[in-house]
Design a protein around this ligand. Structure first.
Ligand code: BT5
Length: 215
């Protein structure tokens, strides 16, 4: 896979969104890194910022979600996946994923992993952490190499859903998502989370910010 490497860019997503072949765009630093819902992704130099262009269509979205988070989890050998695809270490956020539609027939998986530094942001529900702060010493380059191999393998893995579930954080915990409060029961094969609400109804939810009580 071709890898485009930069020293500093606004966002690797913007470059990758223009590519119409499978490749990866990586940078040492981002000046306008972004998260989901147009939120900011703090991009400190020394951490990993990569956007991977893959052939896919809308029906594959949940597969991309699962493959990216399992690939990250296995590349760093620690942590839990918080639905849909954050990776938390000790309930703190070390990695985030942004999936966007690229050129016709392609999707872009944007991955940020805090390798050596976590940004200091106050009032976060899931405080930021880095691998270094959690006692894992590695480099962006080493994690990137593993990640690219893992993503390819995960996209072909027939056991991906079970692997994803095995790393998933919060089953049976009390949670809140959008305006639904209850207990996280499960996640189905299409990517919906199933929450048992206070009236004991099962609610299926596809998108939103999942929060857990006491975290
Ligand atoms: C994400 O969004 O977690 C997706 C992050 C994707 C970043 C990658 S880096 C390579 C590629 N190029 C880009 O421009 N983006 C992608 P979301 O779930 O919306 O989380 C964003 C929220 O996480 C922010 O509102 C902050 O609360 C928090 N946050 C921001 N920067 C963080 C960091 N470095 N570490 C941990 N939490 C952070």
């Amino acid at each position: 896979m071709k890898i485009f490497e930069f020293k500093s860019v606004e966002s690797t997503q913007d470059i990758a969104l223009k590519k119409d072949f499978e490749c990866a765009v990586v940078t040492q630093e981002q000046t306008k890194g972004r998260g989901r819902f147009d939120r900011k992704w703090e991009s400190l130099s020394g951490n990993l910022f990569v956007s991977i262009v893959v052939k896919a269509d809308i029906a594959d979205i949940f597969k991309l979600v699962m493959a990216s988070s399992v690939a990250i989890r296995e590349a760093i050998s620690c942590g839990d996946i918080k639905w849909p695809n954050d990776v938390l270490i000790n309930s703190k956020k070390a990695s985030g994923v942004l999936i966007e539609k690229g050129q016709e027939g392609f999707y872009v998986i944007g991955i940020g992993i805090n390798i050596i530094k976590a940004p200091k942001i106050s009032n976060l529900i899931y405080p930021a952490t880095s691998l270094r702060e959690e006692g894992v010493e590695t480099t962006a380059k080493v994690v990137l190499e593993k990640l690219l191999v893992n993503i390819k393998e995960c996209l072909k893995d027939e056991n991906l859903y079970n692997k994803y579930k095995s790393y998933l954080y919060g089953i049976s915990k009390e949670c809140k998502i959008n305006d639904v409060e209850g207990t996280l029961i499960d996640i189905d094969k299409s990517g919906f989370i199933i929450v048992k609400d206070k009236e004991d109804n099962l609610q299926k939810i596809f998108a939103g910010d999942l929060l857990f009580k006491g975290v």
